[in-house]
Ligand binder design. Structure first.
Ligand SMILES: [Zn+2]
Length: 178
């Protein structure tokens, strides 16, 4: 953000992020809070303690190990680095989707493609009727796992176990182009 914190530092955002991400970031309105406050997120009080720091590091390390199959699989695909990064972000659900934007007070949370559900990672990339139609058009539907998943990570692990490299390439490239 700019020095006053009232608008994005366009030059810096474009310098750090790729064109697509920069455009998305620059379209996000900035919360009109004038003063910043330091808060330690991993503890409900917002105050850092050694104990909460230790727990956070432990949970982060396990999360990284859990994600490794997703990262290793998609990073080994012979495709663009931006698609590798997209797959990693998908595993972490690191996108400014409707539910997160609504929690920050920026949107109503509805899926921008169908307007029929709250836009979570699983909805946006798996359950949305528009996405299902796209999977159907390229004949990927029969390889996708059925059932309920609690996160994109769980879903991706199941997808990885069912598809060969060529199918995974098509799968992730299709999602990246949505
Ligand atoms: Zn939708």
């Amino acid at each position: 953000m700019s020095n006053g914190g009232e608008e994005w530092d366009t030059r810096k955002v474009r310098q750090v992020f790729n064109d697509t991400d920069a455009k998305t970031i620059l379209e996000c309105p900035i919360n009109p809070i004038s003063e910043d406050l330091q808060v330690w997120g991993p503890h409900s009080s917002g105050v850092y303690s050694v104990k909460s720091g230790y727990r956070w590091i432990s949970s982060t390390n396990s999360a990284q190990e859990d994600q490794s199959i997703i990262w290793r699989t998609f990073a080994s695909l012979p495709t663009l680095p931006t698609i590798h990064l997209f797959a990693w972000r998908l595993g972490y659900e690191a996108f400014p989707l409707g539910r997160k934007l609504a929690a920050a007070g920026f949107a109503n949370g509805q899926c921008c493609m169908c307007q029929e559900a709250i836009e979570t990672g699983l909805h946006a990339f798996r359950e949305c009727p528009m996405v299902k139609e796209a999977f159907g058009l390229c004949d990927l539907s029969r390889f996708l796992p059925d059932g309920d998943f609690n996160s994109c990570k769980e879903w991706l692990e199941s997808v990885i176990s069912r598809m060969d490299q060529k199918q995974l390439m098509l799968f992730i490239t299709l999602l990246w182009n949505l």
